[in-house]
Design a protein. Structure first.
Length: 214
């Protein structure tokens, strides 16, 4: 609601363009208002494919969930050699629902088996119950399609002795993910908006450290 209200204010005040939002659910709400008002909108990191399908005034500067769901499924099967997966989905997030669906589709197409799809609602999140519900599901890999709450869930599963490899989408790149337990994960992977060709000091230092480890 807040995103659509903000977009309505921008349109009514004669804004030339709207930048944002970050979360796909927010961008979808704002995009509908922007399209109707004829105001161009561009989001930098909202990956849900439905956003730009809203209309010809809506744009993005990042890849979509169709891309990262596919890439993570290929990575899971070909690089991590995972045969089985357990998927965690936030039913209140357009981003999470779509990313989970796309990952599962491509993982199965490549011969992988999804043993369980563990669904939850963010505002009713009970991590202890999630750990209990997934007990006995011996998957090679966990795929978390949610946001920073994924870190807390993954940390508790690790603490419970689960050996599945945690993986996720670009939402893991936020600082709050690390603050909520992501920095405690021993072996995890995620997709992010970055390229080795990026010419920044931070990027160059990362590439140098990575190559030094090879």
């Amino acid at each position: 609601i807040g995103s659509s209200v903000a977009a309505e204010m921008a349109v009514s005040r004669g804004a030339l363009a709207i930048i944002g939002a970050a979360w796909s659910s927010h961008s979808i709400a704002a995009a509908k208002v922007a399209q109707q008002g004829g105001v161009p909108m561009i989001t930098n990191i909202s990956t849900n494919p439905e956003i730009t399908r809203i209309g010809d005034y809506i744009f993005r500067a990042c890849y979509t969930d169709e891309f990262q769901g596919y890439i993570m499924a290929v990575f899971a099967r070909e690089e991590l050699k995972a045969d089985t997966a357990l998927i965690f989905t936030d039913l209140t997030s357009d981003y999470s629902i779509d990313l989970a669906r796309i990952f599962a589709e491509h993982f199965r197409q490549r011969g992988g088996r999804v043993l369980m799809e563990c669904e939850y609602k963010l505002k009713q999140l009970e991590i202890d119950r999630i750990v209990e519900r997934t007990a006995g599901i011996d998957a090679d890999l966990y795929f978390f399609s949610g946001h920073d709450e994924s870190a807390s869930i993954a940390e508790e599963l690790q603490r419970a002795g689960r050996r599945a490899i945690p993986t996720g989408g670009d939402a893991w790149g936020e600082k709050i993910f690390m603050q909520r337990g992501g920095d405690k994960l021993k072996n995890a992977y995620y997709c992010v908006h970055w390229s080795a060709d990026m010419d920044s000091e931070l990027s160059r230092n990362f590439v140098k450290k990575y190559k030094d480890l090879e």
